[in-house]
Design a protein around this ligand. Structure first.
Ligand code: PGA
Length: 253
């Protein structure tokens, strides 16, 4: 049963194996596991196994940043859900950096969501509008479509495993977070209705919806106090144990 809040760190393409193990050790010391808050780190693929070993018994979970959807075969360079499932509880899917630099789409995100669920990992489906889309007033249309297409065909029994992350692209890595109220409005008026369109109301309420984009120990509490935001997906501030621990503490962990 997932907790009511999830604070997830996305280390992106940062940290060597040695640095990742150091960071994981520092997180072990800095973070006290608590009942209401799940804590997750998503290191680069080469470090996942080492970080998982380092964090064993700490209560901090380990996830992946990326995977292919096929279970095995002639796909040079790719990592399969079967490989990750031995180590990971979660996998990030459809992150805007993957959409922007590596051609990922709503269709490929959907294949990854299904593959993650089949291998008992919780997909964290990232959605969010670009600045141009935002300024053109297209946020609802774009984000709604990302949710509906990304989750198409997911059986209701799997709904409670899903995690959504609303990450406005213009807020990622810029130091310019959305306001908690604006993020909550997109979640309430677009993401929740799209989930209710796919699943029934009660089931869709069991799905955690995180905010991501320049979350810091200074602003995290403001997001977590807003009704409808169930945690955070944290990039830059997850690379230091003290700042990530500060965000976890703001969630009540
Ligand atoms: P950021 O990244 O916290 O550095 O803005 C968030 C993300 O990309 O998930």
């Amino acid at each position: 049963m997932p907790a009511e809040m999830l604070v997830a760190g996305n280390w992106k393409m940062n940290t060597t194996i040695v640095e990742g193990v150091q960071l994981a050790n520092a997180l072990r010391n800095a973070i006290e596991p608590s009942d209401g808050v799940d804590v997750l780190v998503c290191p680069p693929a080469v470090s996942v196994g080492y970080v998982a070993d380092t964090l064993e018994g700490s209560g901090i979970q380990v996830g992946a940043q990326h995977m292919y959807w096929e279970r095995a075969g002639a796909f040079t360079g790719e990592i399969s859900p079967r490989m990750l499932a031995e180590l990971c509880s979660h996998v990030i899917v459809g992150h805007s950096e993957r959409r922007q630099h590596f051609g990922e789409t709503n269709v490929s995100a959907n294949l990854r969501v299904k593959a993650a669920l089949e291998h008992n990992m919780a997909p964290i489906l990232c959605v969010g509008e670009t600045l141009v889309e935002n300024e053109a007033g297209r946020t609802g249309e774009v984000v709604g479509q990302q949710v509906r297409a990304g989750l198409e065909g997911i059986p209701p029994v799997d709904a409670s495993e899903l995690v959504l992350a609303y990450e406005p692209v213009w807020a990622i890595g810029t130091g310019k977070a959305a306001t908690p109220d604006d993020a909550a409005k997109v979640i309430e008026h677009t993401i929740r209705p799209a989930l209710e369109f796919l699943f029934d109301r009660e089931l869709s309420q069991s799905i955690l919806v995180l905010y991501g984009g320049s979350v810091s120990p200074q602003n995290a509490g403001e997001f977590f106090r807003v009704e409808g935001i169930d945690g955070a997906l944290v990039g830059g501030a997850s690379l230091r144990a003290d700042s990530f621990a500060g965000i976890v503490a703001a969630a009540g962990g």
